[in-house]
Design a protein around this ligand. Structure first.
Ligand code: HEC
Length: 146
């Protein structure tokens, strides 16, 4: 009985010492300037700001309007970008085509139709979300003249 108890005590001490050693190693790594903890997060998504003024007669560019009105889902890391990247890769196209701004196969009419009607996981965008004047510019920007 006593042998077992002594053995358990010895084991506990050994475990406790091992624990201390791990902590010591971590501290040493930090002191050496080695990275500690998880890697930094990806770059923060920055959407263009809405200009003050009449949204029915907007003076903003299609690029800025797209960034502000559609960017939540269609800029880097957006859920639209993620889904479309998967679709484009399945079609044999490069992952960069997940960003609508990189697409060369969109027409202005198609963009406007998807925006107003919605498509699959994309909810339709009302005239409050994006006015006709804003959508015209966004569609021209994404359609690249088509
Ligand atoms: C709430 C998120 C969200 C917003 C806001 C959003 N979209 Fe989308 N969009 C999606 C998703 C998700 C898809 C992919 C839908 C699917 O295939 O299931 C998509 C798909 C599209 C497509 C189709 C691409 C293709 O390959 O057929 C177009 C075009 C599009 N969006 C344009 C826009 C425009 C323009 C706006 C802004 C006016 C906008 N979206 C705003 C989520 C969004």
């Amino acid at each position: 009985m006593r042998g077992v108890r002594t053995g358990l005590v010895a084991l506990s001490i050994a475990l406790a010492l091992t624990g201390c050693k791990v902590v010591e190693t971590d501290n040493k790594a930090q002191a050496d300037g080695a990275p500690a903890g998880p890697p930094p997060p990806p770059p923060h998504q920055m959407r263009a700001e809405m200009a003050a003024g009449d949204r029915l007669h907007t003076t903003m560019t299609g690029e800025d309007l797209f960034s502000n009105r559609c960017g939540t889902c269609h800029l880097d890391w957006g859920m639209g970008t993620n889904l479309i990247t998967k679709q484009q890769v399945a079609l044999g196209r490069p992952p960069s085509m997940g960003l609508l701004a990189n697409r060369d196969d969109l027409t202005a009419d198609y963009v406007k139709s998807v925006a107003r009607m919605g498509k699959g996981a994309m909810p339709r965008q009302t005239r409050v979300d994006v006015t006709d004047a804003e959508l015209d510019r966004i569609a021209a920007y994404l359609g690249k003249g088509k």
